[in-house]
Design a protein around this ligand. Sequence first.
Ligand code: GRF
Length: 190
Amino acid sequence: MNRKRVGVLISGRGSNMAAIVKAARNPAYPAEIVCVVSNRPDAAGLQFARDNSIAAHAIDHKQFSSREEFDSALNDYLQSQRLDIVACAGFMRIMSPVLTKAWAGRMINIHPSLLPLYKGTHTHARALADGAKVHGCSVHYVSAELDSGPVIARAEVPVLPGDTPKTLAARVLVEEHKLYPKALAMVALT
Ligand code: GRF
């Protein structure tokens, strides 16, 4: 099988990246994870990548004087890896067209809400404040506008009495770890 070459972008913990890496250990999985890149050199997920013999690369956004310069350096690295797909997994950066144009149709993201609801941050707190009965996560293509590209797949969880943003986030995260490997496989097969 011709497995698609995937790079994963992270900024921190990297638990979604780890879920993808674990899924890709199966030789029948249609994608291989060739690199993990973080904009934060201290991201915990980089160590997980190294421990799994995956190229782990940091490009510190603080070393650049503009968003476009950072995006351009990141794009150069991603292009050098000859990737088919870029998967953002907790990558906490707004992207300029330098990236969104270069990877249009080939860059995906996981977002902790049922898009198009709750784009942006603090999704769990906002769902609770609205009295939502159902919440969840979405994998979508990245477009120029934040959290607004076409949705690939979603998973729902119930909102339970007494939920806090923390308990709700934990319930959603369990679903994220199942949804992202499935959605990436779907994209890799298209
Ligand atoms: C996840 O909830 C993801 O949906 C959001 O940020 C969190 C990242 O967690 N974009 P992790 O780094 O994958 O553990």
